[in-house]
Ligand binder design. Structure first.
Ligand SMILES: Cc1ncc(CN)c(N)n1
Length: 215
């Protein structure tokens, strides 16, 4: 394999990958043009995504094969549960999201499918498999947010959703995720690499469905 393991999986996840990172929903976020009702439904569902995502980070922490990886993952859990969580609370206030939609909203099919994949991988997946799903979730977000223009919209709900995902810290986190996935994935046999690829493709497809639902 000449390309890295993560690049190899990304190349085999087209056309979904490109459709996610260039999704019209993201262009609309760049210009503060997502109508409130759509931004509200997207963020309400994404907060439920986040719950399962944090569980998946916890599984990565538990299943990592070395302390250096655990330390890096712990740092990301700290960011997601502080800066990102606070963003959601402020956005919910700005968008007048009622309490029940913050804690127990009716879930869209795309949210259910993504949560199922993450909880299932958290429970049963190997460390490379857990890293695969985390990498898709973070790398796709880095890639779409990296396409943002220099000037962000005035609305913090839109602007911070971009800046949370294109900061140098977030890029370093995605670079690390990919390098750890390349490290442990490169040592897998063909059958286990194929299992990671299937998860990568499934997660990429679900990212697309998630955006489509709110567009
Ligand atoms: C659906 C989805 N995918 C990825 C991310 C980035 N953690 C997110 N917030 N939401």
């Amino acid at each position: 394999m000449v390309a890295s393991f993560s690049d190899w999986m990304r190349e085999r996840s087209e056309p979904d990958w490109t459709q996610v990172i260039a999704h019209p929903f993201t262009d609309s976020v760049f210009y503060g043009a997502v109508p409130d009702n759509l931004m509200r439904s997207y963020l309400v569902q994404d907060y439920q995504f986040l719950d399962a995502f944090v569980a998946l980070l916890g599984a990565a922490l538990a299943r990592a094969d070395q302390y250096a990886s655990r330390l890096r993952i712990a740092g990301s859990i700290a960011v997601v549960t502080s800066d990102e969580n606070t963003y959601f609370q402020r956005a919910f206030d700005a968008l007048d999201v009622p309490d029940e939609d913050r804690t127990e909203p009716a879930l869209d099919p795309a949210t259910v499918a993504f949560r199922d994949l993450m909880f299932d991988t958290a429970e049963r997946g190997s460390y490379p498999e857990v890293l695969t799903v985390l990498t898709v979730a973070e790398w796709t977000y880095l890639e779409w947010a990296s396409r943002a223009p220099q000037t962000l919209p005035e609305s913090f709900v839109h602007a911070e959703w971009v800046s949370l995902h294109n900061s140098s810290e977030f890029r370093a986190w995605v670079d690390w995720l990919r390098s750890d996935l390349d490290r442990v994935g490169g040592e897998l046999d063909e059958r286990d690499q194929a299992r990671c690829l299937r998860l990568f493709q499934q997660a990429t497809h679900l990212e697309q469905e998630f955006f489509d639902t709110h567009w």
